[in-house]
Ligand binder design. Structure first.
Ligand code: GLN
Length: 454
């Protein structure tokens, strides 16, 4: 009740697309019954959660913040939602996002932009994205934990800008079944929480193999255990020099230096190189757009969602449905993706990008397994504090959306886990955060070290 009340009181932030009071009530009644019968408690018994509105929820509208799916009511649940319910969680609502999770600001939703709870009045700031609604729901107290999706940074970016923890697990550790796809080879459900402990408990509930998603890792998941006496003195933490990019704000660099100095007193710090970082953003864009072009072809006006009226031809039905159903960002990605996939361009763009993706992934393998191997990498999460809405959406500034992924998207291309941790406030009293990345399936180490930094 408190969470739902809070969600209503903070309506101005526009974190929610749909509130689900009835569902929450039914679920909490079931919790109360379990409590009365004094059975062993589930891990998330009675804990309020939110889901980004690109996870399918049976009989609950799932919109992707798009005209295309404005009235889409799924007939099945995403595995992650089934697992959360089995763990006793109660669903407060479905949260706002950039249309089809394409963006870094939560500014491109048919339901309007979401506001950052740290600065939401007149000249307000963006919450980051695309899981901005989920980050705001947690940071403003409308739920304890929220689920986002992370394709190029969409969980870590809004977590960083809203001052909470954002975890992107190893690719395949958490089922994508029922997550409406953006880029199948990079999408991972992510966790947004107030602290590392909450993120770890949630991960323990949602991770593990799933017969309904053939890309999940088959081996059994070993739950993460946060240890109070975890010792980091034998660790070697790498600082990748390429992450000092020219667009990074001085405050972010100082914050990074501040934590590096603190860690240097406790463990070994090494400067390392990930030489392909500079091309990473271009490679990400090409691969993203190619997979988007292919994924979005399912929205043909026949199978799901919007169907426009036309009495001319099937082709016209596709065209009018898509031009009315998708915003400019989605349409331009479909357009670019199809261009890269044309027979005469395929080698030059798609194949080349695939090869570079392998090199980017190998860069990580080399620093984690090479001669001077490091255990984890420490970098900033975003290039700056949360931008002002007016600056972020200014016409000549639209490439900010792409640039903001500079530090986050390489982890998606390599499939490795990463976590964003809030560190301090900027001069403007906005959160500044850092990111830790580790080798595939190093969640236990990653979360234990994150807890030390937190
Ligand atoms: N900003 C990135 C994009 O627009 C990341 C999106 C995401 O992680 N869902 O593709």
């Amino acid at each position: 009740d408190q969470c739902l009340d809070r969600a209503k009181k903070t309506k101005k932030l526009n974190a929610f697309i749909t509130l689900t009071p009835q569902v929450a009530q039914e679920q909490s009644l079931r919790c109360q019954k379990r409590l009365q019968s004094r059975n062993k408690l589930n891990l998330l018994e009675g804990i309020s959660v939110c889901l980004k509105d690109n996870f399918c929820t049976k009989d609950i509208r799932t919109t992707c913040a798009s005209n295309m799916l404005k009235n889409f009511i799924p007939t099945y649940n995403a595995t992650i939602y089934s697992k959360l319910m089995m763990a006793g969680a109660c669903l407060v609502g479905k949260t706002n996002l950039d249309e089809f999770a394409m963006g870094s600001g939560t500014v491109d939703s048919i339901y309007g932009p979401t506001r950052n709870p740290w600065c939401y009045n007149d000249n307000w700031r963006i919450p980051g994205g695309s899981s901005g609604g989920s980050a705001v729901a947690v940071s403003s107290g409308s739920c304890v934990v929220a689920i986002g999706s992370d394709t190029g940074g969409s969980t870590r970016n809004p977590a960083a800008l809203c001052g909470i923890v954002g975890l992107k697990p190893t690719y395949g550790l958490v089922s994508r079944y029922g997550l409406i796809p953006l880029v199948n080879s990079m999408d991972v459900p992510g966790v947004l929480a107030k602290n590392v402990d909450d993120a770890a408990i949630t991960l323990n509930c949602i991770a593990g193999p799933d017969d309904l998603d053939s890309t999940t890792i088959k081996s059994a998941f070993k739950p993460v255990l946060i240890k109070d006496d975890f010792d980091i003195c034998n660790l070697n933490i790498g600082i990748p020099k390429e992450y000092h990019c020219k667009d990074m704000s001085i405050e972010v660099i100082e914050c990074w230096q501040y934590v590096t100095d603190l860690l240097e007193k406790l463990c070994k710090i090494s400067c390392v190189s990930l030489p392909h970082t500079s091309v990473s953003i271009a490679v990400y864009s090409i691969l993203n757009q190619c997979e988007v072009a292919s994924n979005m072809s399912r929205y043909d006006g026949l199978e799901y969602g919007l169907r426009t009226k036309t009495n001319y031809s099937t082709e016209e039905l596709y065209a009018t449905t898509r031009s009315q159903g998708f915003n400019n960002v989605v349409r331009s990605r479909i357009f670019a993706g199809n261009y890269f996939l044309l027979r005469q361009n395929y080698e030059k763009y798609f194949m080349k990008a695939q090869k570079l993706r392998r090199l980017i992934s190998d860069d990580f393998k080399n620093v984690f397994n090479g001669d001077n191997k490091v255990d984890l990498l420490l970098t900033p999460t975003t290039l700056s504090e949360a931008p002002l809405y007016n600056d972020f959406t200014a016409k000549n500034n639209r490439d900010q959306c792409v640039l903001q992924d500079y530090c986050t998207q390489p982890a998606n291309m390599a499939g490795i886990p990463a976590i964003s941790i809030p560190v301090k406030l900027s001069k403007n009293k906005m959160p500044l955060s850092l990111q830790l990345m580790g080798p595939a399936l190093s969640e236990d180490l990653l979360l234990n070290v994150a807890k030390k930094i937190e």
